[in-house]
Design a protein around this ligand. Structure first.
Ligand code: KIV
Length: 274
């Protein structure tokens, strides 16, 4: 890759410099066509492990594998050239040891060409953040509601309802920040907690269900495009693609059944070879 191609992409410096400035626009992307559409319009594309639920129909993100993340990361990198691309480290790929975390993060970086990885970072994970950053791997942290911890939490539960829980989220955020993460996702917390964390950490915060008090916002793209019947309260639907797709498929099915498709316009009229 030429230096020129590389310089077209946003860098970790651009993202880190957004602290307190214009809000970072971030969305998830899992496929090449979606990445191509979002690339010009977003600062950050996250190849989130939500891909397991959104694309593969898994009940949680716990079953997502490193191979799935690499495959989707490659598709997103192929189709984007401007946005900063972060790939999630899936459950079980970084918690066992610092070596495990480095080997798997390095594999993601080498095989996808992405700019950074994201890890769901309880306070214990600060050592992992530091280990990766020291070895050349930019890390986005993820605090508050951590979907990979759904089995210990007993579901997807907003965080910070008690003082103890609130203090734990603040401690997670400060630990990841001090360990050198370049940005952090804050998920599922009330506005005052998001505001306190955003004030107290050096890196930009990116909220999902965490109010406007963050330095940027992220949503699962399929949620905001209206691909699902149900979405969490914090999602704003900007389209109703489910309806649009259903109407298109109904139209196709009725045309096929009525032998109205294909018509003359969609049919090859090949001249006979002499
Ligand atoms: O996996 C994901 O899509 C995420 C976002 C919801 C932040 O982690």
């Amino acid at each position: 890759m030429s230096a020129q191609t590389q310089s077209a992409r946003k860098t970790v410096r651009d993202i880190a410099a957004a602290k307190g400035g214009a809000p970072l626009v971030c969305l998830t992307a899992y496929t090449a066509p979606m990445a191509a559409l979002l690339d010009e319009r977003c600062d950050v594309l996250l190849v989130g492990d939500s891909v397991g639920m959104v694309v593969h129909g898994l009940p949680t993100t716990v079953g997502v594998t490193l191979e799935m993340m690499i495959l989707h990361g490659q598709a997103v990198m192929r189709a984007s050239k401007r946005a900063f691309v972060v790939v999630d480290m899936p459950f079980g790929s970084y918690e066992a040891s610092l070596d495990q975390a480095f080997m798997n993060a390095a594999r993601i970086m080498k095989e996808t060409g992405c700019q950074a990885v994201k890890i769901e970072s309880g306070e214990y994970a600060a050592a992992t953040v530091r280990h990766l950053v020291d070895r050349g791997i930019p890390v986005m942290a993820h605090v508050g509601l951590r979907p990979q911890a759904t089995n210990v939490d007993g579901g997807f539960k907003a965080k910070g309802r008690t003082d103890a829980e609130r203090n734990r989220v603040i401690a997670e955020a400060k630990a990841a920040d001090e360990a050198g993460c370049f940005a952090m996702v804050i998920e599922g917390v009330a506005e005052d907690l998001a505001a306190q964390i955003s004030r107290q950490v050096r890196c930009p915060t990116v909220g999902i269900g965490a109010s406007a008090a963050c330095d940027g916002q992220i949503l699962v793209t399929d949620d905001m495009l209206g691909m699902f019947d149900w979405t969490p309260r914090f999602v704003r639907r900007y389209a109703d693609l489910r309806q649009t797709i259903a109407a298109a498929v109904d139209g196709y099915a009725s045309d096929v059944r009525a032998r109205a498709f294909p018509g003359e316009k969609e049919t090859y009229l090949l001249k006979k070879a002499p």
